[in-house]
Design a protein around this ligand. Structure first.
Ligand code: GBH
Length: 520
């Protein structure tokens, strides 16, 4: 039966553009996501400490229009409204993050903030009462400022400091929270925060600090996983993993050099963090080779990429119960020999990134739905078909329309490609999370770029939330658990025409009559 349906499905889906009418497996779960700094506001009330994003936005000159997350969606005060929206969507889970500095104003566990603990207890309890499972991200980029003052993620002590924070969260909330994510998108917060300086803490060291910071973050992730695994899993029985982000990188041409370059580009983004955890262990070979070669050419005595000891490599390997994936867009990759004068994680890759000018786009997102299917297959092939949870996927716009047909189109085609990856390719994808519940503080783009299923009016102190067309689309998608075959179109039954006063007798076939009776 399964085999037959696979053949039928393959026959129906011959090209990338074909739509697959089918439903997701029964175990499939649907959710939406947010992050603390992007929605909570209440930046300085009830004992919360500052985070690096408070500092970064307040400094001015870093973010569009010098906006801040001081109020954002005011979810600190309006979380009950958020829970209602989630309930209306009918999603199985809500992925949100903890504000570390709200719980631990100094970042350290010896001085907890009871109001912060109360806030997350209330949110978690309200979710469970509404039948929505909490999925909690420990670190979605808002590091307590005091920890940054001590060196932030450059500081090796962060491995244990993060671990203590994680244990603190498991102790407080692990009786009710059964899904944990250590880090959201290490690639983004490290390259943006320590490479380009376009995110907090705003440092620019694209050739050196990005690599040393990633080294610390990977170790911190592993310690938190081990703590949960040894101390909490036996009684709390949940899962814990990491969320990595990646574009799909399509070769620019059939040239073997471009094909190799596209593979290299994924290794330098996804593989950087995935190979140590899910792959062969340690950094991808191609990263080690390229960065060593470039470093020596640049006059360094050793590679700018640090090395793990064998013990560290083993300690990190296998430390995720699932493969958390954030995915938004695709690019084309061409091989290139970059001049190696300037040390940079971008130059180290020896590639040129391009896009196809026919691709539909919005801000930095190019709409390439099959890219997600290709990426899921790449992950399956590269890491032994791990169970994947898609922790973010979504589409932006810069207007405030409620009729967001382009976002509906994006969700429809991207989720359909997840379905294809499961049904046609055998990828083990277990859940899908739409980014995001509502318009919120979109980092450097602040409020100029919107990703929400719900519109938020940031001019109104009440921050009212209004569903967009995409909210109704997701509600229906969740209710149907996919895309059931559309009902056959029944031809409209016309009234028999009356000619010359004589009613002509027209026999209407029974099935159409039945449908006609139902409608009237
Ligand atoms: C995710 O990051 C985050 O997890 C989430 O918090 C965020 O809101 C969501 O995606 C939507 O962005 O225009 O060329 O300067 C994605 C990180 C940061 C990647 C901004 C693209 C813009 C590139 N994104 N970056 S560009």
């Amino acid at each position: 039966m399964r085999f037959l349906s696979l053949i039928l499905a393959c026959a129906a889906v011959a090209t990338r553009a074909d739509f697959l009418y089918d439903t997701f497996p029964d175990y499939f779960q649907w959710g939406v996501a947010t992050a603390s700094y992007q929605i909570e506001g209440a930046w300085n009330v009830d004992g919360k400490g500052d985070s690096i994003w408070d500092t970064y936005t307040h400094a001015g000159g870093n973010v569009v229009k010098n906006e801040t997350g001081d109020i954002a969606c005011d979810s600190y005060n309006k979380y009950e409204d958020d829970v209602q929206l989630l309930q209306d969507l009918g999603v199985n889970f809500y992925r949100f993050s903890l504000s570390w500095a709200r719980l631990l104003p100094t970042g350290r566990v010896d001085q907890p903030n009871q109001a912060g603990i109360d806030y997350y207890n209330s949110l978690i309890d309200a979710l469970l009462a509404a039948g929505v499972e909490p999925m909690v991200t420990l670190y979605h980029w808002d590091l307590p400022q005091e920890l940054d003052d001590q060196g932030g993620w450059e500081n090796e002590d962060m491995v244990q400091i993060f671990n203590e924070y994680a244990v603190f969260a498991f102790e407080l909330f692990g009786d009710r929270v059964k899904s944990w994510i250590t880090f959201n998108e290490p690639y983004v917060f490290i390259t943006m925060g320590y490479g380009q300086g376009a995110h907090a803490p705003g440092l620019q060291s694209p050739g050196e600090k990005v690599y040393t910071v990633a080294h610390v973050v990977l170790k911190a992730h592993a310690e938190a996983w081990h703590s949960y695994n040894e101390l909490f899993r036996p009684t709390q029985d949940g899962v814990i993993g990491i969320t990595l982000d990646s574009e799909w990188k399509e070769p620019y041409s059939d040239d073997p050099e471009d094909i190799e370059a596209a593979e290299r580009a994924i290794q330098f983004c996804l593989g950087w963090f995935a190979n140590p955890i899910f792959g062969s262990g340690g950094y991808p070979t191609v990263m080690k080779e390229k960065i060593l070669e470039k470093s020596l050419e640049q006059g360094y005595e050793e590679s700018r990429l640090p090395e793990f000891t064998e013990e560290e490599e083993n300690r990190i390997h296998g430390t995720s119960d699932f493969f958390g994936l954030n995915h938004y867009t695709t690019s084309l990759v061409q091989n290139a020999d970059r001049p190696s004068l300037v040390p940079s994680y971008l130059n180290d890759r020896d590639i040129i990134t391009r896009v196809n000018s026919t691709w539909d786009r919005s801000e930095w997102i190019f709409v390439v739905p099959w890219g997600l299917r290709s990426l899921l297959n790449w992950i399956s092939d590269s890491y032994g078909n791990p169970n994947v949870i898609i922790t973010e996927n979504g589409m932006s716009d810069s207007n405030a329309t409620l009729e967001d047909a382009h976002r509906v189109n994006y969700f429809r085609l991207y989720t359909n490609n997840v379905l294809k990856a499961i049904k046609l390719d055998g990828c083990d994808v277990r859940s899908y999370t739409a980014w995001t519940l509502m318009d919120n503080f979109e980092w450097a783009f602040a409020y100029d770029v919107r990703f929400g299923l719900h519109h938020v009016d940031f001019e109104d102190p009440e921050r009212p939330r209004t569903p967009k067309a995409s909210a109704e689309f997701i509600r229906q998608l969740v209710a149907d658990n996919g895309f059931p075959e559309p009902e056959a179109v029944i031809p409209e039954v016309l009234e028999p025409e009356i000619e010359n006063g004589d009613p002509e007798i027209v026999a209407i076939p029974e099935p159409i009559r039945a449908k006609f009776r139902q409608k009237h």
